[in-house]
Write a protein that binds this ligand. Structure first.
Ligand SMILES: [Cu+2]
Length: 319
């Protein structure tokens, strides 16, 4: 599905902050080893040297050294303080997007991400951003708690309903990297992710004006179709008895009672928003919920576009 493998121990880094974060972790790991390995060696040595029954000098009465006492406390304290200051600097910086940052609005929902670029274009799951430009992402959730995780940039931020959270980054390497939801949020949590594509300024402008919105439209419609639960009833393999929707658009539909009607755009919209209105597909039960007030207009338009382009190519014949 994706170009790079989903499981990477040390993912590629796409910003200078990511590289610095790696050094911080590496240096801290080395320091921790320097402090703990001698302790463990000493424990092992003393356990053998002073084990029961061995003739050893156990007299500790006047072996006190102020110098040793103070240095074993002070030196590790100062060493770890370096990491506190180093980490705090990265943290504070990560909380303050520069004023010239480009703001992308992001909404998390079970189980998809939706982004809106400052120029109005929006996309779903996959995110495209330009290189060498501070990108400020304002996050919110429409339902439960999610978390937005960009491993290549070493950043992660909680996404909470009823409030906005922020993150920002400045990428310095183009490429395609993974993004994830990293807070368990229900059945399809593991599918809630996409690709982060970092492009040159020129490519990004090109993407905005041409390819972007159109190219990702079917994928976006599909994501919404899954996200609103349509697929769980209408796709092959569903446990519910519901008609296949591939190839529905433009075909003639027989309704309960023998009435025939052509499935045009109007029909699709009406069926999604108000399925109860005397338009039951012949041979089916009324179990489809009404989506009026649930699906906002822009999402509905995308779903309808998706259904219009959804041909029965995969051998999904209409029953
Ligand atoms: Cu999630």
């Amino acid at each position: 599905m994706q170009e790079r493998s989903a499981l990477e121990l040390w993912p590629a880094s796409a910003s200078s902050v990511a590289v610095e974060a790696d050094y911080l972790i590496l240096a801290f790991t080395v320091l921790t080893l320097l402090l703990t390995v001698p302790v463990f060696l000493a424990i092992s040595y003393f356990a053998v040297r002073y084990r029961e029954g061995v003739d050893a000098d156990r007299d500790t009465s006047n072996q006190r050294s102020f110098l040793i006492e103070i240095s074993w406390m002070l030196i590790p304290f100062l060493l770890t303080l370096i990491f506190f200051v180093w980490g705090a600097r990265i943290f504070v910086e990560s909380k303050n997007p520069p004023p010239d940052a480009m703001t992308v609005e992001a909404i998390g929902r079970q189980w998809m991400w939706k982004y809106q670029h400052p120029t109005g274009q929006s996309e779903i799951n996959d995110l495209h951003v330009p290189i060498d430009q501070p990108i400020h992402i304002r996050l919110t959730s429409q339902d439960v708690i999610h978390a937005f995780y960009l491993p290549a940039l070493r950043i992660q931020m909680g996404v909470v309903p009823g409030r906005t959270t922020d993150l920002w980054f400045k990428a310095n390497r183009t490429g395609t990297y993974r993004l994830y939801c990293s807070e368990y949020c229900g059945t399809d949590h593991s599918l809630m992710g996409g690709n982060l594509t970092i492009m040159t300024q020129g490519e990004y402008q090109e993407w905005l004006t041409h390819s972007g919105a159109q190219q990702s439209a079917p994928a976006a419609g599909r994501a919404l179709y899954e996200s609103y639960g349509c697929a769980s009833c209408h796709d092959p393999g569903a446990t519910v008895k519901a008609p296949r929707l591939a190839g529905l658009y433009g075909s003639q539909v027989e309704l309960e009672g023998g009435r025939k009607i052509v499935a045009d755009e109007e029909y699709l919209r009406a069926r999604i928003l108000n399925p109860n209105e005397n338009r039951l597909a012949a041979g089916y039960k009324q179990i489809m919920p009404s989506f009026a007030g649930v699906i906002p207009a822009d999402d509905l338009a995308r779903i309808v576009d998706y259904l219009k382009a959804y041909h029965s190519t995969e051998g999904e014949a209409r029953p």
